[in-house]
Design a protein around this ligand. Structure first.
Ligand SMILES: Nc1ncnc2c1ncn2[C@@H]1O[C@H](COP(=O)(O)OP(=O)(O)OP(=O)(O)O)[C@@H](O)[C@H]1O
Length: 318
């Protein structure tokens, strides 16, 4: 679905991203991790042709079904593909949303750009349906609100609705949950997973949070100094890291930790193999829910000994 080959980003003579190559198939979820400044965001923005003017991209970015090479493509073509074939959710929704426009109008506009001539009443109905899909609470009221009247998590739901408005083939998320608290973060991750699963879209998920990667992704790429230094299935990379930088990332992470109830969550090596997952569930590395809330959850099969809070349903049929 997405094929990136020897992607480079330069500022004059300075290489910021060097020879980054990877593919993401339809329906696949790939994580991109690395320390601050390692080149994750530049890689993402280069994919969508959104680099600032002073930077230049080289190499190749192809999307299945699109005849043209995206690196160096004319802005006219990129504008057509952005939103329809490739879409992005950014970390800071306030900079991505228009503060002076009602939420529903922004979602409607995202839809209308790729459906010119569609009746405005239908476009608004589409926008409302999309906001319902991302479970914006009190949707009839909040759809008519301005971004500043929404919470951070609600704004991210709106951005997700806009990104999914035209059923993109590739969704790129750049730290979409970093600014959110753990419970809100978990809800948004579930919505992102459901959104890409319904559309069979490829997901590239950028984060510095290994727990999020373990929750969301099947494969992971590790960036360091503008290069991909390690890549492989999440289970393999998080349990048997080969690169010293990845080992350092793991040591510095909270993957081996106890939660506020003293229960052990998320020990690398105890992540079950794909076939051992309860149907419709993914491995949650941090629970973030209080005991009482966990007690309300159905008793999932495969619950580990130390508690029932490690398994939570994400989409699926559980
Ligand atoms: N417009 C620019 N001109 C020059 N250098 C830049 C520009 N934009 C980014 N850089 C540099 O490129 C490197 C990679 O930046 P990038 O934003 O991709 O990192 P990142 O891995 O996404 O970091 P973070 O996790 O903090 O967002 C950094 O050293 C950054 O300072």
């Amino acid at each position: 679905m997405l094929a990136v080959d020897r992607l480079g980003v330069r500022a004059g003579e300075l290489d910021l991203v060097t020879e980054v190559s990877f593919t993401v198939s339809a329906g696949e979820r790939v994580g991109l991790i690395g320390e601050s400044g390692s080149g994750k965001s530049l890689t993402a923005t280069a994919l969508l042709g959104l680099l600032p003017e002073e930077l230049t991209a080289s190499g190749s970015v192809r999307v299945a079904g699109v005849e043209h090479e995206l690196v160096g493509a004319p802005e006219r073509l990129l504008t057509k593909l952005r939103g329809s074939r490739l879409a992005m959710v950014f970390q800071e929704p306030m900079t991505a949303l228009n503060p002076a426009m009602r939420v529903i109008d922004q979602v409607a506009e995202a839809r209308e750009v790729h459906h010119p001539g569609r009746d405005r009443v239908l476009v608004e109905a589409d926008a409302l349906r999309l906001l319902e899909q991302v479970r914006l609470p009190e949707v009839a009221t909040l759809a008519r609100a301005y971004p500043h009247q929404l919470s951070g998590g609600q704004r991210q739901r709106v951005l997700l609705a806009m990104a999914l408005a035209n059923d993109p083939d590739v969704l790129v998320c750049d730290e979409p949950t970093t600014a959110l608290d753990v419970t809100v973060q978990a809800q948004l991750l579930e919505l992102i997973l459901a959104g890409v699963a319904e559309r069979g879209a490829a997901l590239l998920f950028i984060t510095h949070d290994l727990a999020v990667v373990a929750t969301v992704c099947e494969r992971v790429l590790v960036m360091y100094g503008g290069r991909v230094v390690e890549a492989g299935p999440v289970r393999e990379v998080l349990t048997e890291p080969r690169h010293h930088y990845t080992r350092g990332l793991l040591d510095a992470s909270d993957l081996e930790s106890t939660d506020e109830h003293g229960r052990l969550h998320a020990i690398p090596g105890t992540v079950p193999a794909a076939g051992e997952f309860p149907s419709g569930c993914v491995f949650r590395t941090r629970c973030g829910r209080a005991d009482e809330q966990c007690a309300d959850l159905p008793p999932w099969t495969g619950v580990p000994d130390h508690g029932h809070a490690c398994w939570h349903p994400v989409g699926g049929d559980s």
